[in-house]
Design a protein around this ligand. Structure first.
Ligand code: ATP
Ligand code: MG
Ligand code: FE
Length: 344
């Protein structure tokens, strides 16, 4: 099938066309620069940017694919999770297109899209696949039984997402939003053992560790306090070492728990997705662990990791192929869409 995918959950307005398993176009406009001076995404600014970019981005994606709307079999749009005002623009636009062109429309889960997009690079999922989704808003382990029908949550962060933790420390270090890539760059130059950063472990009531959950707020607080103490003492901040120590702590706990989840579900394939999977320390850590443990680790190329339309279109292709019923014409957005809900 030919599917048009539309994405507007946060600060990227994106559209892509996929025919079968071939990516025909993948156009992304970002309002990131407009948020940089505020240190985070401002929903009102992001929503306005979506309203401005929607038509140009969708037209561009059709033009680059050399298609018009009549040739499309279905449209898919992110219905959640994300910023409500942003989702409303993308979903309203997609509903208008679907109605005008008389096409079926799927309101899909953005997070599941981060998993589906890896098929473009690595092909279909084997049965019993595990997925680690790490982004600015999410950090979760998911068990993919059938990408079109059943995805179960194995574990999640109990507080901050990994990307959020990086972005907050980056802000303290004076990097513009989003700070994740800056930490990555400096971490390559530093000593990961220089500063003791706690691991993002989570203990249950009985003191036993939650084996597949994460917690990064303690990591963030510990690093923030260390930086403040250094500053109070008038010492210079060894930026590279701080970044390397933080990156090492976060990537090692993500890797360890992903491997543990693969063992628990007897899965030999680990899908990695979400903006934070662009992180080079995590990519290296997961690849090394995969080789050691006999797990095939599928980490997509960087432009498929961050938010894009291809992830939405690829999940749409899976839904069409599985014969899943399109969303009702009045389906709502869901800014807190649960991760085990694939389509509205
Ligand atoms: P979600 O997908 O959960 O709705 P989001 O849209 O904010 O959230 P993405 O766009 O998928 O998430 O990812 C953005 C996050 O990824 C930001 O927190 C950013 O700092 C982080 N990030 C991007 N590249 C890197 C990198 N190389 N190292 C660390 N973090 C990175
Ligand atoms: Mg983004
Ligand atoms: Fe995302």
């Amino acid at each position: 099938p030919v599917v048009l995918g539309i994405e507007s959950t946060c600060d990227e307005t994106a559209a892509a066309l996929i025919q079968g398993d071939n990516l025909l176009s993948n156009v992304v406009a970002s309002s990131m620069d407009q948020h940089a001076r505020y240190g985070g995404v401002i929903p009102e600014i992001a929503s306005r940017a979506h309203a401005e970019s929607f038509v140009p981005v969708v037209s561009r994606a059709l033009y680059e694919a050399d298609m018009d709307l009549a040739q499309v079999d279905a449209i898919a749009v992110s219905a959640g999770p994300g910023l409500a005002g942003c989702l409303a623009v993308g979903v309203s636009g997609a509903k208008a297109l679907a109605w005008a062109a008389k096409k079926p429309l799927y309101g899909i889960n953005h997070v599941i899209g981060h998993i589906a997009v890896t098929q473009l690079q690595f092909g279909p999922f084997p049965d019993n696949t595990l997925a680690l989704i790490v982004s600015g808003g999410h950090t979760s382990l998911l068990h993919v039984r059938d990408i079109a029908r059943q995805v179960d949550v194995v574990g999640s962060t109990l507080d901050d997402a990994a990307g959020e933790c990086f972005d907050k420390i980056a802000r303290l270090l004076g990097f513009p939003y989003p700070g994740g890539p800056h930490i990555d760059r400096h971490a390559r130059l530093g000593n990961p053992g220089a500063i003791r950063v706690p691991q993002g472990l989570t203990k249950g009531k009985a003191g036993a560790e939650h084996p597949y959950d994460f917690s990064f707020s303690g990591v963030k607080t510990a690093v923030a306090r260390w930086i403040e103490n250094q500053e109070a003492a008038g010492r210079e901040i060894p930026v590279d070492d701080v970044c390397a120590s933080l990156a090492d702590s976060v990537s090692s706990v993500l890797t360890r728990k992903a491997v543990a989840a693969c063992e628990r579900f007897d899965s030999d394939t680990l899908i990695v997705g979400g903006g934070f999977s662009a992180n080079s320390q995590l990519r290296t850590g997961l690849r090394e662990a995969g080789e050691r443990e006999g797990i095939k680790v599928r980490i997509p190329r960087i432009e498929l990791c961050t938010d894009n339309g291809a992830m939405v279109a690829m999940l749409g292709v899976n839904l069409v192929r599985a014969g899943i019923r399109p969303s009702a014409p009045d389906f709502p957005i869901d800014s807190a869409m649960p991760m085990d809900k694939i389509v509205m």
